[in-house]
Design a protein around this ligand. Sequence first.
Ligand code: PLP
Length: 367
Amino acid sequence: MARRAYNFSAGPAMLPTEVLEVAASQMLSYRGIGVGPMEISHRSAHFSEIIECARETLRDLLNVPQSHDILFMQGGGIAQNSIVPLNLMSLADRSRPEADFIVSGTWSEKTEQEAMKYGRTNRAVHLDGRAPLSQLNITASTFSKSASYLHVCSNETIEGVEILDLDPIAKYNSSPIVVDASSNILSAPVDFTHVAALYAGAQKNIGPAGVTVVIVRRDLLGHAHPYCPSAFDWRLVSEHGSMYNTPPTYGIYIAGLVFEWIRDQGGVSAMHANSEVKSSLIYDCIDKSSLYYNHIDKSYRSRLNVPFHFHDRSLEELFLEKARDIDLVYLKGHKKVGGIRASLYNAMPLEGVATLVDFMKEFERKA
Ligand SMILES: Cc1ncc(COP(=O)(O)O)c(C=O)c1O
């Protein structure tokens, strides 16, 4: 087998080796038909089977109710920053497009900025990850009565801030909640009674870059702005079974294999438990250390992206170099915040995290 490093990249990220092995074995011939999955027409019976299986496995994994449709789109999370307002911002009042935003880091701020092109935006909550939600004094007046939706990023990949429990928000907000779950989808259950729409770029916890999963309540389809590009109109995409335009077929094929892999590992509850164990190992190491620190409030610490810093920044490069020497790769923090970031998506095995923690302890002993 090829040498596999422990890849802590924030995305595109590590995929399960078992999935890549199946993909490699079928690269030239999908199920013995003499044509590889990349070469199959999206109109063929074989691809229909691939996309339907992927959709249904995802529905089972996340317990998506029939009130919501599952779409496979292109364009990634950043395209959804336009696609969401183009589809939803005029829901409450056609003449006054408006939406609320919870800003908890770089990605939700970008989302808010993009939406400004399409209508009025209200920053309902600004969360810097240092104070718990309970201290923010969220009440009914936090949210606009005329907002068409409230946008939340459930995991800020750069800062490592995760909002898993939407109850304190849903308690007071009355507009549909739209979640950017790009970096924590399939790592914990989702309560679709609170979530009207959810989107996620595939390249972290689903598969290769190029596919975007959108899970949207069916009553929210059909409200797109007249200027919304047809390929981005959720209603058209839904009516055509995600084949209004040619979908990213190979990415959907791999996503389907990843969904089956998650199911075979015990499903989303197993991924949830694993992510708690893996991230706690690193946070415990950081909290007991006098070399490393992470300043995010414990109630928000991301299970998927663990950023940390050195009190003495000059050690960063040496840490990264020594880590690379033992096949712990892509640990450099995002340039906006610096430091180190260990991304622990579903495909990262516990042994990878244990190896990193041993290395961190050893590095501290020698520093
Ligand atoms: C939470 C989150 N949202 C959105 C994006 C943007 O995704 P894309 O580059 O696929 O458009 C990212 C990318 O890392 C992300 O982490």
